[in-house]
Design a protein around this ligand. Sequence first.
Ligand SMILES: *Cc1c(COP(=O)(O)O)cnc(C)c1O
Length: 449
Amino acid sequence: MSDKPEYSAWFESLANPGERYELDEVVYTDRDGGLLQVVHDMEELKKTSAQGWKSLFEDRGHKNEWPYGSGVWGKKEWVLPGIDNENVVSMYEGHSNLFWAERYGRQVGVEDLWIKLCGNSHTGSFKDLGMTVLVSMVKEMIARGASISAVACASTGDTSAALAAYAAAAGIPAIVFLPRGKVSLAQLIQPVANGAIVFALDTDFDGCMDIVKQVAASDGVYLANSMNSLRVEGQKTVGIEIIQQLNWEVPDWMILPGGNLGNVSALAKGLDMLLELGLVDRRPRICVAQAEAANPFYLAYQRGFETFEPIAARKTMASAIQIGNPVSAVKAIDAIQRYDGVVEQASEAELSEASAEADRTGLFNCPHTGVALAAMKKLIARGDIRKSDRVVVISTAHGLKFVDFKTDYHRMQTEDLIPELPNPPIELSASYQVVRDRMLEEIERRFHS
Ligand SMILES: *Cc1c(COP(=O)(O)O)cnc(C)c1O
């Protein structure tokens, strides 16, 4: 007999902890329709010291030993311990760069500003972190004999791209339901290219969600939305990874955009584990940023979370967070309350300008990151964020997925907006004299006046 720890995890009802399910059961909610969460046997995990975990995570990073070289699977014991390594479906996601945004930080008035570029990932958004876990579990379930005909999701664009890629890598059929005309071309073409069955429906995200829930309930299709708490297990590594990248020092603030609110729930869950297992000794404050056009969480925060009312989300350029009835609201409220959090919002003009301003310092932001940056500026203006605070902004997707947003801005074609920093290409005849005069004029105007 070895005394090697036997790690385990299971689903548990959030409202009623006695109600448990195995992770290979096809179950998305508790008996009352409430959220489930994945719970780990913390006593087993505590048998390894904080230093032991830090060394293990550091040793595994950026190496090729399957599957631990992935930023998610390098923390397998904390994520999904029971799965056979052969069934892991990974593209070595995670390990995205966290960089010191020195020039932008100086401009906005925080010297210690860091940006976590989750969009530098296989499908260009943080959704890869959760999808590797969900699709791996599906592969494991199929290997154990489950009859699952396909995996399906409703999506504002990035979830479907991640699902399609991981399902294609595993050879599992994927079905995605998108709101027609409400996702970017780049987001639409990803599941198309990966061979998913792509439905573009005449509704919004919330309408797609209703359809996928029915399909999952009746047709042998496995649900891949973040209502499925397996995704949260992968996504929770983002906070752990950020703190690892900061040499295990906890920043003062973490700011991220929120729509369905799975990501903020995941962030808090990862940070909880760091605390409970002694790798850190304090909490950062968390700020969730919403688009003003889709702000049910902001409104609930304004009411002190006494009630949570879904709304009909209006159109926003931050299309991935155009959600009126967020699935993970209950978990997110808990996260905000425990992490001394705040919820902010940004108008279309504020998110556009914040994104453009940051781009001018070398970034290339998606509109959702623009929402987070605009929220950060409000917290700085109010004095909630102080000049000496260490702030980490979680950038959720790559700007290249949202070129229309940027093109419209720089062509000055954004609806109801006169942009402050447009930089359209200068179209001239190919004459040296004409080009030279204009070039010298632009250098003078932009950099010396
Ligand atoms: C999904 C997504 C979000 C929102 O995350 P939630 O978990 O739904 O709150 C933000 N930004 C981008 C780019 C996304 O794809």
